[in-house]
Design a protein around this ligand. Structure first.
Ligand code: HEC
Ligand code: HEC
Length: 409
């Protein structure tokens, strides 16, 4: 927004300040607000050549809803990322926490992500999609069974070939592509996995490539899933025109909450940009879970990512971006207990909140930031967060603003 436009909005806001409850924004606040909206189209992903191919998206959609990809034939991506529940499962954690209890995030607008998962252990949407396919706590399948399923289902095989070309040579031969004995969880070279080890090297790579392409089709589908224009976006569009008056969907309380969000609340230190996330990781003080279980967060995420064969700078990327963030990634001690700043777009529909789903309501989240009661940082806590000392009215205002970021079911 130009200085002139800011001045116009200011003049309008001042002129309209007659009513008791009118909220006005100063020039600094206006500059901060217009940075948060609108959300541009997602950046290109050169590592996925079919990211914007509608045929790939159609195939990906079918795979996303196909429970046959799981070991028990009963779990699909959509089981946990349910379109009727804002593409989440509405549960505190997806898995009861065999090791860590992690809350299921929505897949909406994830094409804007720099990192995927709460700990960022994948650097692309397509590599992320490969995780749950083999993770024992999610779908628990294995890539050999999954590529054979796609190859043997007439419709999937035809769609696959139309997007990616011929199936791997010899895919139907069980001596070359055997059904694996168990999932190959992030460890395809596990010496115990005899079937996988016995395969010819180039068949193993062809299997990995086809597996990665399943991920790329799913990623193409996910790219189109978005929160869409929110009440906040419509309000900012009007603000840019010099009309700062509250509306039915963006009330005076939401305005007050917005003022806190960009001002005293300091929320935009991390929830910045039109994606309402800096795309990076912070220890806000909730790494310590129930029963003193510690989730190492980003620290383990970096370890996993650096060991992964499926990254934007690896063998299965279609084009290696010179600026892929993974190229600058290193393990550091302050990553312990850090989690990814989630987007707040659509947050009204994705309760419960935080990586372990500990808060049921947005008011509880805001009260946590306000009082910091229950904060137990691990290692190197962020020094950015100070108790805000909000009163209950302000807590409500901030929560009202968050709900205006869309996604209410
Ligand atoms: C059993 C439930 C479950 C299933 C099945 C499941 N997910 Fe997830 N999903 C989760 C949980 C829990 C997380 C967060 C895990 C973490 O951060 O460690 C997650 C994270 C994600 C993310 C990261 C979002 C972000 O903002 O970083 C995406 C994208 C995603 N899943 C897509 C998929 C796809 C695609 C499939 C199918 C191939 C799938 N999920 C299957 C529960 C599930
Ligand atoms: C220091 C960076 C930082 C600041 C400042 C910050 N946040 Fe966060 N926020 C995060 C991180 C990181 C998480 C995820 C924490 C986790 O799950 O361990 C988060 C999670 C959230 C969530 C939960 C979203 C979800 O999908 O689960 C909400 C809501 C939220 N923040 C709102 C706010 C508000 C409102 C403010 C200002 C009062 C604020 N944040 C200030 C980094 C920050």
């Amino acid at each position: 927004m130009s200085r002139f436009a800011v001045a116009c909005v200011l003049a309008f806001a001042a002129a309209g300040a007659g009513a008791d409850d009118a909220v006005t924004f100063d020039a600094r606040e206006l500059r901060a607000i217009v940075r948060l909206s609108p959300l541009p189209p997602p950046p290109r992903d050169p590592s996925n050549a079919v990211a914007d191919d509608p045929r790939a998206a159609k195939l990906g959609e079918r795979l996303f809803f196909d429970a046959r990809l799981s070991a028990n034939g009963a779990t699909a991506c959509a089981t946990c990322h349910d379109p009727a529940r804002a593409w989440t499962d509405g549960k505190r954690s997806a898995d009861g926490g065999a090791r860590f209890a992690r809350n299921t995030p929505s897949i909406r607008d994830t094409a804007h992500n720099r990192w995927f998962y709460w700990d960022g252990r994948a650097d692309s949407a397509w590599a992320q999609a490969l995780g749950p396919l083999e993770n024992a706590r999610e779908m628990g399948g294995n890539r050999l069974a999954q590529i054979r399923l796609v190859a043997s289902d007439a419709r999937l095989a035809a769609d696959y070939a139309a997007v990616f070309g011929a199936l791997p040579d010899g895919i139907a031969d069980p001596r070359r592509f055997p059904p694996a004995a168990r999932p190959l969880v992030d460890a395809p070279d596990d010496p115990l996995d005899v079937a996988w080890r016995a395969m010819r090297d180039d068949d193993r790579r062809a299997a990995n490539r086809m597996f990665a392409e399943i991920g790329k089709a799913i990623a193409a589908f996910e790219r189109g899933i978005t929160v869409g224009e929110t009440p906040f976006d419509r309000y900012v569009a009007r603000l840019r025109q010099g009309d700062g008056a509250p509306t039915r969907e963006f009330t005076v309380a939401a305005q007050r909450g917005l003022k806190l969000f960009v001002g005293r609340g300091q929320c935009t230190l991390c929830h910045s940009g039109a994606g309402l996330s800096d795309g990076e990781f912070h220890d806000v003080g909730i790494a310590l879970g129930e029963n003193h279980r510690v989730d190492p967060g980003r620290h383990r995420g970096v370890l996993t990512l650096l060991a992964s064969g499926f990254t934007r700078a690896g063998e299965y990327a279609d084009a290696i971006a010179a600026d892929a963030p993974i190229r600058y990634l290193a393990l550091q001690s302050d990553q312990l207990g850090q989690f990814k700043t989630p987007t707040l777009r659509g947050v009204a529909g994705t309760a419960p909140y935080m990586h372990d789903g500990r808060f049921d309501t947005l008011e509880q989240v805001v009260r946590f930031y306000s009082t910091r009661v229950g904060a137990s940082p691990l290692g190197h806590p962020t020094t950015l967060l100070k108790p805000l000392g909000l009163n209950e009215g302000e807590v409500g205002d901030l929560a009202t603003f968050l709900r205006a970021l869309g996604g209410e079911r």
